[in-house]
Design a protein around this ligand. Structure first.
Ligand SMILES: [Zn+2]
Length: 130
């Protein structure tokens, strides 16, 4: 099992009481609080934190994160964040969410976003273009 700092979302060890990356206190968290904090991190001002949070949410398949990930795609313009969000949506929500998110991205296509969409299509094994 991996452990993450609930402030910067870098990897920490199980026994860390203080994050070695940002110094945040790790003693008062767990369970639901962890996922809630992770979802909230999608609105962090630091793009790297947002991307880390999106990746962890995808690994943990946090269904509750889907609305926040979709709103991230609606409001964000950073192609790296958009790429992380679409990949996370496709891993958590599957095909239907992927098509919906792809529609939301129509006006925000870039090389990085295109590549992320291709990654999603091969992850979902969608070879036909819809
Ligand atoms: Zn930290």
């Amino acid at each position: 099992m991996r452990f993450y700092c609930t402030n910067c979302w870098n990897d920490i060890t199980e026994n860390d009481k203080i994050c070695s990356h940002c110094g945040a206190d790790q003693t008062e968290l767990h369970g639901e609080v962890f996922e809630e904090k992770l979802i909230r991190a999608l609105h962090n001002p630091e793009p790297e934190t947002v991307i880390r949070a999106a990746n962890i949410l995808a690994d943990l398949k946090v269904l509750d994160a889907l609305p926040s990930l979709e709103s991230l795609i609606k409001i964000n313009l950073d192609p790296f964040i958009l790429a992380a969000a679409i990949k996370s949506i496709c891993k958590i929500g599957g095909e239907n969410y992927f098509y919906r998110a792809r529609n939301l991205l129509k006006s925000k296509k870039s090389f990085i976003v295109e590549n992320a969409l291709k990654d999603c299509q091969s992850f979902l094994k969608l070879y036909k273009s819809k």
